[in-house]
Ligand binder design. Sequence first.
Ligand SMILES: Nc1ncnc2c1ncn2[C@@H]1O[C@H](COP(=O)(O)OP(=O)(O)OP(=O)(O)O)[C@@H](O)[C@H]1O
Length: 241
Amino acid sequence: MAPPALTIDGLGAAWGPVQVLWDITFSVEDGAATLVLGANGAGKSTLLATLVGLHETRGGSVSLFGESVDRVPAHRRARLGVAFMSEQGIFPSLSIRENLVLGGLRLRQRERAARIDEVLAMFPELADRLGEPAGSLSGGQRKMVGIAKCLMAAPRLLIMDEPSAGLAPRIVNEVIDRLRDLHAQGITLLVAEQNVSFLELATDVIVLEGGRVRFSGPRDAFEHDNQLREAFFGLEGLQEL
Ligand SMILES: Nc1ncnc2c1ncn2[C@@H]1O[C@H](COP(=O)(O)OP(=O)(O)OP(=O)(O)O)[C@@H](O)[C@H]1O
């Protein structure tokens, strides 16, 4: 059996003297779509940044595809097949093409041109606008550029921080559909969100509360845990299903 795409064991993290994550332990199986839910300040962004090597850990360990990466810098973690889309996700002053090129910097020029064509086949709406600044697009289109930029590196594990941020509900559904397609193509997903609409594409759910794992398990178990649902859906800022 393939090793998990991601294993986190007893992970902690801090901002300066303030600890914000404690004893985070969970795995993302190869082929899973794992949703990290949590209210504002629960620690979602810090967790993702720590996993991809952009924020220092305070104890614990992280493995990617069965390989310990505790001493591996972010750019080498990317080489293992991990792509990270932050909330911003793109460089707005650069053109769509330039954003895609940045996503595929490790590729040779010819491979990169071929990969741009492959990625554009998945995002045909971007093909006619390649020369335009990414910042001139709508919020939803910018997210698509962010996802397309990640796909340039042909990742096995796509980690996304709040892809719904700033998007209207209809556009959120488009993003969810696109992520569902990518998942069906075999890409493992780890998505941090406050928007519970993303549950529909999740196989597994992690709930973070105050920097700790409140729940970790299959989506069904999350949906059948009434106490957790009540506590969670009652939190201010969460959208109803
Ligand atoms: N740059 C920073 N400097 C200091 N503390 C920070 C910084 N970024 C986050 N924190 C703190 O870390 C904790 C977790 O924040 P984090 O952004 O990881 O949560 P989050 O769940 O992603 O929240 P949101 O959904 O609002 O983005 C919070 O207490 C926050 O104040």
